[in-house]
Design a protein around this ligand. Structure first.
Ligand code: ZN
Ligand code: ZN
Length: 451
């Protein structure tokens, strides 16, 4: 069966548009559009049958039958003109009859592109991608059609639609389509006879460092333990365990400026609620969801955040980031060195001389061996119970009072410093308490530096 025979067979009982006809043979011939493919096929058949009509007396009937088929069932204008010229009558096709496969959607691509343009008003983006969700009826219809006519070289409805709307919209907007990481994905939900548009805006990522100058603020929002965020008497119907968090002090300004729907705070590790974050600050990445603005004045936002949170928190070093960096951030947090300052209370009083001796002992212990740290009981509900090996790089100490001293500790990321000092009932060894021979407790802790 030639390709021409197949086309004629298709039009015996169905009308499909030139776009869809070309689409059914899309893998054949390159550097053309489906519309031109379809038209070329119809034109070639028209020419062939016109010639047969003129030259071969025997086949005249058959040739005029097929010309009529193209004029009536395929609504092909050149075939209609040939019939008029040769004085053969045909029935004017029903102009209201729509393409069996696309319901004339492909003849009205511009309508689809224009509608998207309206949705994109007031959004900032540099490129876009078209996506399609097709009604099952359209898909089944087309699958059956292809099976009936044994069509193996077709391009899918979606591919054709996405490309053609993309081309149109690109011209209208003066912006390119982007297949890798589009700022916006425009999703068409298509049924025969109607369609909807929804937009997917790629998240915007902003990197920065934060300082926390006060104790008692968690890094991120915590749901109330009693009501799990629903709101109860205990949390005064706020749903929150703590009145605020570093996240809540930082994020809203960004969300506002980016006209985003919400945000997610990713920290490079976290300090305890009662621990301050001093020095150069802790890296974080703020993920802004559905941002309608993508170009932010980061300096202006930084100033706003810092001005309204004076003495509580501070952000610095802001720059654009990416989803990949979020993964890196979490991974690297475990492997970066951190410097801490700990104020320590000892159970027994010791002299200045004794303190110096014990400090020397501490230094030599951690020079020689690594710390074995089993997950502390206080975090065991959210971290796997296992033993982690950590390196303590440096210990400095200062005698304050017989039962009070200050330590500077430089440790591998992920070390639990409070437990390094107390020993956590033998779960962390060797601890400061082990070396001292009586129990020590970390009263206050600050992070001074994160490398
Ligand atoms: Zn069609
Ligand atoms: Zn509550």
């Amino acid at each position: 069966m030639t390709i021409f025979d197949k086309v004629i067979e298709i039009y015996r009982d169905t009308y499909i548009c030139s776009h869809c006809l070309g689409r059914m043979f899309s893998l054949l011939g390159t550097d053309t559009t489906n519309h031109d493919r379809g038209n070329s096929l119809l034109l070639a058949i028209t020419m062939d049958k016109h010639r047969a009509y003129l030259s071969q007396q025997d086949n005249r009937d058959n040739a005029s039958q097929i010309l009529k088929l193209l004029a009536e069932n395929a609504k092909f204008t050149p075939a209609q003109s040939v019939l008029k010229k040769e004085g053969i009558e045909y029935i004017e096709p029903d102009s209201a009859e729509k393409c069996y496969l696309c319901y004339d959607i492909f003849n009205n691509i511009n309508v689809y592109a224009k509608r998207a343009e309206k949705y994109l008003e007031n959004l900032e983006f540099t490129n876009f991608l078209i996506g399609t969700a097709l009604d099952a009826h359209i898909i089944n219809n087309e699958d059956n059609f292809k099976a009936t006519h044994n069509l193996l070289e077709a391009e899918s409805f979606k591919n054709h639609f996405n490309r053609e709307v993309g081309k149109d919209l690109s011209l209208i907007l003066g912006k390119p389509a982007e297949f890798g990481m589009p700022d916006i994905t425009i999703i068409y939900s298509i049924k025969f006879g109607s369609f909807d548009i929804s937009l997917l805006l790629r998240s915007l990522f902003v990197y920065g460092r934060y300082n926390k100058f006060v104790r008692g603020i968690p890094q991120t929002h915590w749901n109330c333990r009693l009501c799990r965020g629903r709101g109860c008497e205990s949390c005064k119907f706020t749903g929150k365990q703590y009145p605020t968090s570093v996240e809540e002090l930082i994020s809203p300004k960004f969300v506002n400026e980016a006209k985003a729907d919400g945000s997610k705070f990713h920290g490079a590790g976290r300090e305890d609620i009662d621990v301050r974050m001093l020095g150069n600050g802790r890296p974080f990445i703020l993920e802004l969801n559905n941002p309608k603005i993508r170009t932010l004045d980061l300096i202006k936002i930084q100033n706003k955040v810092n001005k309204s949170n004076k003495r509580k928190i501070k952000v610095s070093d802001l720059k654009y980031s990416s989803k990949e960096r979020v993964k890196n951030l979490k991974f690297s947090a475990e492997n970066t060195k951190k410097v801490y300052k700990a104020i320590v209370i000892s159970k027994e009083k010791i002299s200045k001389d004794n303190f110096d001796v014990l400090l020397k002992k501490l230094k030599s212990v951690y020079e020689q061996q690594k710390l074995q740290q089993r997950t502390p009981i206080r975090v065991s509900h959210r971290r796997a119970d296992k033993i982690r090996e950590k390196k303590i790089f440096r210990v400095e100490g200062k005698f304050i009072k017989p039962n009070l001293s200050e330590f500077i500790v430089e440790a591998q990321g992920g070390t639990y410093i409070k437990e390094l000092i107390s020993g956590d009932n033998g779960r962390t060894t060797p601890s400061f308490s082990d070396v001292y021979g009586f129990s020590l407790e970390c009263k206050k802790l600050d992070v001074l530096k994160i490398y």
